[in-house]
Design a protein around this ligand. Sequence first.
Ligand SMILES: CC(C)(C)CCc1c(C(=O)O)[nH]c(=O)[nH]c1=O
Length: 312
Amino acid sequence: MNLTANIAGFNFDHILLNAAGVVCQTSDELDSVLASDYTGAVVTKSATPSLRPGNVSPRYHELTNGLGTINSMGLPNEGFDYYMDYVTQKQTDKPIFFSVAGLSKQENLDMLHKIEESEFNGLVELNLSCPNVPGKPQTAYDSETTEEILTEVFSFFTKPLGVKLPPYFDIVHFDNIANILNKFPLAFVNAINSIGNGLVIDEETDTVVIKPKGGFGGVGGPIVKATALANVRALRQRLNPSIKMVGTGGVTSGRDVYEHVLCGADLVEVGSQLAIEGTSVFERLEKELAAILTEKGYNSLDEVRGQLKIIE
Ligand SMILES: CC(C)(C)CCc1c(C(=O)O)[nH]c(=O)[nH]c1=O
């Protein structure tokens, strides 16, 4: 059975990996994802130029009803040089995604220049949920800023690069962002990041569950699956075929992985469920996915990818 994928000439023997931010801040965590026999790659926690402790705790919470998670981590990470050391020294035949999230356009450009000039030979994921200038929405929700930063990036960057996008909720927004992204030689697009600025309340105490931002945080897990699938599908339908698709959001079963592939995903990432279940989740998900393919008489994900049917 063929459960492989290819992006920018990189072969992935498995289509599953972690979502940036989950089990990927330290070298031990990164090693644990790579060590799984059921992952095809690993992505680092989004790096900033220097080390960041991130926000005060509680900053992450799993909903008691199991429907999802909420977080306002605040970009805690070991700093750019730590991840550069890791990705350039790590001996592995699995591709590595180096995620970056500068706090300004200049920080992103500086990090990307360093990657361009480095020995790193993996893929880069530019986190476009990165902050924008005060008073403006996150970068990915600001078309001009998105186009401006990608224009500057591709004026010098030649290694495989994709973008991590927040969810969009309006068909015109799908059209707009796809029109911008199609102007650039992107290796991939990763949809979705957590749904921004949700709010979860503790029913015992009538209090928010995370401390930063008065309780507002990014929402993940089962609760976001419908939005994640819609974004993967809408972007797949609009983006040049040369831009591959990474599906993220709401994956807790092999069926969820299968649905991301039906919508067009080449790789599928696991965030909340990985945080909850640990790296054994990858084996469970791949085996559940393989069982679905067998049951349906498919021998390869190539027969499934993008084949979602509509009601004629
Ligand atoms: C939200 C930002 C802090 C600007 C980026 C890092 C990030 C975080 C985070 O570090 O709080 N959490 C997410 O769910 N997605 C992200 O992309």
